[in-house]
Unconditional design. Structure first.
Length: 147
């Protein structure tokens, strides 16, 4: 005597398809939340806080620069105004950084032969690791809970 079992996976496949669609939405929302937090924190860190670099005058304005390893200090505001989050067409990829029109973002992050590095993006991402983990874990929980 033979024992057989037939499994119909139609409902399962439909549920997986629905979960994939829903997970895409949840993932995009989490990605946007993380990107905008990093963007905002980078701008905040550049615009606030004391610096320990040299003090100099440009015209009638006095400015204290950042020292090696510190966040760069806003002077003209050009870097901060060019920090953006740019999303891919699918929305499943995001780039946070400074636009090409503000090359000092790259130069400050990594330094040059004449200027010591004053990283602003990498430390901001590092300080947001727990936020990123929590945001994506919550998104995953929401996806699973809806099923």
């Amino acid at each position: 005597m033979m024992l057989e079992m037939t499994l119909d996976t139609t409902k399962f496949a439909k549920a997986i398809g629905k979960m994939q669609k829903e997970s895409s939405k949840e993932t995009k929302q989490a990605l946007a939340k993380v990107a905008l937090k990093i963007e905002g924190d980078a701008k905040y860190n550049i615009q606030t806080g004391a610096r320990t670099g040299r003090i100099y005058k440009r015209g009638s304005k006095t400015h204290q620069a950042s020292s090696k390893g510190e966040f760069p200090k806003t002077d003209t505001g050009e870097l901060v105004s060019n920090i953006t989050s740019e999303f891919s067409f699918s929305g499943m990829e995001v780039t946070v950084g400074s636009r090409a029109s503000a090359p000092q973002g790259f130069l400050l992050e990594f330094g040059t032969s004449k200027i010591a590095a004053r990283p602003w993006l990498f430390p901001t991402v590092q300080s947001n690791k727990k936020f990123m983990q929590k945001t994506f874990a919550n998104a995953l929980s929401d996806i699973v809970r809806k099923k």
